[in-house]
Ligand binder design. Sequence first.
Ligand code: ADP
Ligand code: MG
Length: 760
Amino acid sequence: PVDRSPEIQEARLKLPILAEEQVIMEAINENPIVVICGETGSGKTTQVPQFLYEAGYTSSNGIIGITEPRRVAAVSMSQRVAKEMNLSHRVVSYQIRYEGNVTDETQIKFMTDGVLLKEVQKDFLLLKYKVVIIDEAHERSMYTDILIGLLSRIVPLREKKGLPLKLIIMSATLRVEDFTENTRLFAVTPPVLQVDARQFPVTVHFNKKTPLDDYSGECFRKVCKIHRMLPSGGILVFLTGQAEVHSLCRRLRKAFPFQKNSTAGDDDDRKESVEEMRKFKKSRRRKKAATLPQINLDNYAVVPVDEGDEDRDAETDDDIAGSDVDLDLGDGDSEEEEKSDSSLPLYVLPLYSLLAPEKQAKVFRPPPPGTRLCVVATNVAETSLTIPGIKYVVDCGKVKKRFYDKITGVSSFRVTWISQASANQRAGRAGRTEPGHCYRLYSSAVFMDFEKFSAPEITKRPVEDLILQMKALNIEKVINFPFPTPPPAEALAAAEELLIALGALKEPPMTGRLKEQQAAKLSCPISPLGRVMATFPVAPRYAKMLALSRQHDCLPYTITIVSAMTVRELFEEFDRPAASEEETVKLKGKKGRLVQMQKIWAGQGSLQKLGDLMVMLGAVGACEYSGCTPKFCEENGLRYKAMLEIRRLRGQLTTAVNSVCTDAGLYVDPKMKPPTEAQATYLRQIVLAGLGDHLARRVQAEELLDDKWKNAYKTALLDDPVFIHPSSVLFKQLPEFVVYQEIVETTKLYMKGVSAVEPE
Ligand code: ADP
Ligand code: MG
């Protein structure tokens, strides 16, 4: 019996999935595997665990586990379900890589897919669970795909043992044939249940012209128009990255300032509101003129979300009660909007995955009275989170993604067009509580050129960590694994090769014919070293470093370096475009300070040769020494959230190392001293052992064939010159041999996370 509050009860009853409870539960009772499809917001994530709980699935020997591809979703969904069920987070809990609140009493456990994959290694049959729900399967994240492959084997094994496990796969789209029509995966096709979303119609407005690059400015103008001209209702803007999100938030706050009441908000809010007041006062001194921009009635195309989809018919403008304005807003270039107008307060909130959790949570709360909510988000708002009260979506049509070269692993961030499926997901965010509107800042012709769906993650990134984990599960012939979609053969081969080089896999005999040798290479068993490496929750290259660091008391340092390399983005980014001249000066000052600190953190003598890795070590050491406060981070250009994650990962890796070497007796020392000169030398060897395939040699003056090789390095895999990134402390020193954490391609191929090494 669940004791829900009347408000929650009422909100639940509005969800269409509630009417399907019986059908869903019958299907689950009668089938070991069930697929549930339903639009984002239909209630899958919050309600299905509750159905199972109420049907008694947790009462005897086993709990309900739910996996999410994103940490944000695991945390916020566990909180929401606990609240709906009126249960403590001791019972409805979450576990993500760095933290969790799981207890002995936990009955419903939300976790990231990576966490469950690690659990399979410890307990292949997942005996602790009575039900496993794989959520957001449509996102096709790499770990989700692998879990589905593994569970396809675990479910029958549990059946045989007489301890049946239920598997529920949930997807926001109907595109599930990679799971259902794949007989290697599921010999018996699982039933697919469709939950009708009570999706209100969303009118889609395409731009006639597609802005060439300034989609951010176009977003700004569109939000201004919506806010000035259209009836109440929240606005959700999709942009591609954190810097863009912040800069649009600033512009919008400036254009539509509001005075927060003094009781609301933390320190940060106060600071923001002081700033807003200051800007507001300044703006009042100027002439206040807010004339409505002229609308061009012929300027836009209007097309329903899914052409030909009867469920989501195009709605006509007069469906909107009390609306007497044209909802087709036009792509005006009017400058009017830049003028501040405090009579129309807009409550602007950023949302992206690196944002501090308490700030992320703000988007779920109602905006202050008399204001309109405007959330400026990256892709995180596309499917995993439902923001209440959104009526207007502004979609720039782009997404920032990391692209990898399949063989070399060289990566680059690129802003690309989204898929049609994503565009429709984004539009759907507008129709949750009433009919809505989606403004696409691109033309319908451009939309027609989008790919239909984005490719599964597993086909697009290096897979060495995945292969190591699979080998640790004794899956030797990875090629025979029932992947929903297999990774490309060359990515598999590159991964096995790397793992053999690191010593994680047993090398195949070099006898026999070439063909046999190659085949053997693709089915090497794991080595004892590989087993140890697989217990560390970090990339294989870093795991190798940990495995070597028992010597000369290097472990605390390696753990710290590996944690910092895994968390990434330790330092604040000051190269972003500034909103004002004043800010430009401020950013420059902060950057100068950071560069100065990095020199200090890099240390002296042979410590310096460790390069960027020593900077990471020094930064973490200094930060912890000072108690790891937000103030210290702010003053020294460190990202506070990253520092907290590094602290947690250090704790976790320390525990993992202690459990492998029981006599190591390691602990996380907040007053860690810098390494000695000798230790720094050992550390460089350890780093070389892990990053051996990331070795680069400086091209000598006498070898210079071409100017493009000036100050360049040569690597084994790439024909093109690579360079030390300007942000590296070794940028000017140009050591003869270096290893790098990664190569990122921007204007050139740049090495990041660089250390000097002396190869044998
Ligand atoms: P799905 O998993 O199908 O996308 P959810 O179960 O996440 O749907 O959400 C169902 C409904 O619950 C949403 O439409 C929203 O109205 C409500 N909801 C979800 N999370 C919250 C929250 N944190 N605060 C308020 N309402 C929420
Ligand atoms: Mg969901």
